[in-house]
Design a protein around this ligand. Structure first.
Ligand SMILES: NC(=O)c1ccc[n+]([C@@H]2O[C@H](COP(=O)([O-])OP(=O)(O)OC[C@H]3O[C@@H](n4cnc5c(N)ncnc54)[C@H](OP(=O)(O)O)[C@@H]3O)[C@@H](O)[C@H]2O)c1
Length: 326
């Protein structure tokens, strides 16, 4: 009988402890779900504010100043920014290497929008020569907007040691030195006028490390950190510095047919992208520039690094199969 009593006592004690453990686990679960719900709600509201409400109350970008400078402004995202700004009556200085492409874009912009467009054919790898030419072009221009968009990847993607040191340094010249030098040339006059906008086009590749693209990926991380730090430094000087971290934005040969691709949410047309990105100015210091890309970036941040780095390596292998990765 005494044995049964002590067994009952032990059983009762154990079920009480199990109940307490169950309650504790339920509380932890509730707190976790609450935290996730709050985070999700915050991201949804903030996402709507950045990508949808911003379109209802867009900033008047022509108020920043008469001119915008776009590095890499003859193709892809840079060219789309040129069209989007010309539409807003901003004059443009476009910098890229191939003169013919620059001439074509410039004459189309002048014809369509009646803005002033100046071009500069220069290679950011040739540092001193290029910056001297840029100095000459900047004289007597009120630059309200600077878009540091130009970027380079090594010619082939491979293990770090298989790519020449000069090529790695060239990537840094184009991606980083260009941004630093252009910013240091143009920012002082913006501070003086207490007005200015700098958009630095980084990449999703800068949000976490991408194997076989180490130099590019880390240069994009630098751009992102640099932009957000500067945005804080100059918040009281009327200068906004925005970091754009786009996902995939395929290059389009024609700027005109972008409405056909308007429903392709994962791969926006460069024009859709540029229009969306410009509408976020003043609403956030960092964005992918496009609502679906922000959702993808947000989701990818919840994946542990050990998995997303592997996934990134897999995609690089798949999409750049002609490279010498293995
Ligand atoms: N497209 C995407 O999917 C994507 C995704 C994430 C981030 N991004 C970022 O977005 C930016 C634009 O990318 P994109 O794909 O639109 O580029 P893109 O279509 O290849 O255009 C690059 C532009 O830069 C110029 N350029 C290239 N190298 C140059 C150099 N050494 N000196 C001067 N100009 C040079 C090119 O003209 P020339 O060849 O005539 O010089 C062209 O105008 C980059 O910063 C990129 O990292 C793009």
């Amino acid at each position: 009988m005494a044995k049964v009593d002590s067994f009952n006592l032990l059983f009762n004690e154990m079920s009480k402890s199990a109940k307490r453990l169950e309650e504790l686990l339920a509380l932890i679960g509730l707190l976790y779900i609450g935290k996730q719900a709050i985070t999700l709600t915050y991201h949804l509201i903030n996402g709507c504010r950045i990508h949808f409400f911003s379109k209802l109350w867009p900033q008047n970008l022509s108020l920043y100043g008469e001119w915008a400078v776009i590095t890499g402004g003859s193709d892809g995202i840079g060219k789309a920014f040129a069209y989007a700004l010309a539409k807003r009556n901003v004059n443009l200085l476009l910098i890229a290497r191939q003169e013919e492409k620059l001439i074509n874009v410039a004459s189309d912009l002048v014809t369509k929008f009646g803005v002033k467009v100046e071009i500069l054919s220069a290679d950011f790898v040739e540092r001193l020569q290029t910056y001297k030419k840029i100095d000459d072009k900047l004289v007597n221009k009120e630059i309200g907007i600077l878009i540091n968009n130009v970027a380079a990847l090594p010619l082939t993607l491979s293990l770090f040691h298989r790519i020449s040191r000069n090529e790695h340094l060239g990537v840094l010249d184009v991606n980083l030195a260009s941004m630093l030098v252009m910013t240091s040339k143009i920012l002082p006059s913006m501070v003086e006028r207490r007005k200015g906008l700098i958009i630095n086009v980084s990449s999703t590749a800068g949000l976490f490390p991408i194997p076989f693209m180490a130099t590019y990926s880390s240069s994009k991380a630098y751009m992102d950190f640099f932009s957000r730090a500067l945005n804080y430094e100059y918040r009281n000087y009327g200068v906004t510095v925005q970091s754009l971290v786009p996902n995939h934005v395929p290059k389009d040969s024609s700027v005109g047919d972008y409405r056909k691709r308007i429903l392709n949410f994962f791969k926006p047309h460069t024009m859709t992208f540029a229009e969306n990105a410009l509408s976020t100015v003043g609403y956030t210091p960092q964005t992918s520039g496009y609502w679906m890309h922000d959702m993808v970036n947000w989701f990818s941040q919840s994946i542990p690094d050990c998995i997303r780095i592997r996934l990134a390596a897999y995609f690089v292998r798949k999409h750049f199969s002609e490279s010498e990765i293995d």
